[in-house]
Design a binder for this molecule. Structure first.
Ligand code: KIV
Length: 302
């Protein structure tokens, strides 16, 4: 079946049809292409890039420049998936006007198709401002990593009844303010079920159980690249860290023992390969390395 471009409205239709939504984080064009090929509905350029790509302890140092740069890279790699750009810390909290300018930048320079904002009722005015300007907004409730210091760490939220009702209330306010979907991070499964059944917009869970309308994972965690990170909610669908280590060891061994590069990886001169034409087509097919790209160079021999 021909795949269609995923849009903010087609995601709503998926919820109505009872089809699960898949969202995966991406930070560069290569991963974007692979995750899109595999059929992901949404690529989230998460501010988790501060931790996953830059090795920081939290997401607070991520800048608008970094988000714009990575959104542009991911947008180049995707064909069908919706690209959502995360609004980093202090890019939207100061004023709705600031938020509009920054969200607009993720769309115009980063080519994202929607933005994500952490927080509940305190962000309702900002969500209205962005949606009023034609910018689709994904909300984010529960464990909101930009508030890590206020929350006392990366902890499950909504376990106490008063916290649970505040999350449910915030979810309704975000829907009324115009969000097209909502991330629910690290909250009990029964609360996520209640939120998902109450809202008409899709909920996308991470550590929020199976009743959400969709699921999101950080790609490096899902692929087992970040192999020391093993929270309860995570399933590693591969152990790529082992693949990276063992293939790198193989490369190092082969270089050291002279096995690589061998004749197959060595370019011959024209004299050796018997080419006597005046114009030598000095081209090499790099398809195995770079997909369908071919480098070519017409050289005039004197
Ligand atoms: O930044 C991120 O990757 C996220 C997801 C975990 C939802 O916000």
């Amino acid at each position: 079946m021909k795949r269609r471009k995923v849009t903010t409205t087609s995601l709503g239709a998926m919820k109505r049809r009872g089809e699960k939504i898949t969202m995966i984080t991406a930070y560069d064009a290569t991963f974007a292409r692979l995750l899109d090929d595999a059929g992901a509905d949404i690529l989230l350029v998460g501010d988790s890039l501060g931790m996953v790509i830059c090795g920081e302890e939290n997401t607070l140092s991520v800048t608008m420049d970094a988000m714009t740069y990575h959104c542009a890279a991911v947008s180049k790699g995707r064909k069908h998936a919706l690209v959502v750009g995360d609004m980093p810390f202090l890019s939207f909290q100061i004023s709705p006007e600031d938020a509009l300018r920054n969200a607009g930048r993720l769309l115009s320079a980063g080519h994202a198709e929607a933005v994500k904002i952490e927080g509940g009722r305190s962000q309702a005015h900002t969500v209205r401002k962005l949606v009023g300007a034609g910018i689709p907004v994904m909300g984010h409730l529960g464990l909101t990593p930009q508030s890590v210091h206020q929350l006392g760490g990366f902890r499950t939220q909504g376990q106490q009844p008063d916290q649970a009702s505040a999350i449910l209330e915030d979810a309704k306010i975000l829907e009324d303010s115009g969000c097209f979907s909502l991330v629910l991070e690290c909250i009990p499964g029964d609360l996520a079920r209640e939120v998902s059944q109450t809202l008409t917009i899709p909920t996308i869970g991470i550590g929020a159980g199976p009743a959400c309308d969709g699921q999101v994972l950080v790609c490096y965690d899902m692929l087992g690249l970040n192999d020391s990170f093993r929270p309860k909610f995570l399933k590693q669908f591969a152990l790529l860290a082992d693949v990276v280590r063992s293939s790198t060891r193989a490369f190092i061994d082969e270089v050291r023992n002279g096995q690589f590069p061998g004749p197959e990886q060595t370019i011959e001169s024209a004299a050796t390969n018997g080419d006597s034409t005046r114009h030598r087509q000095s081209s090499y097919d790099i398809t195995p390395l770079y997909g369908s790209v071919e480098l070519g160079r017409q050289e005039e021999l004197s």
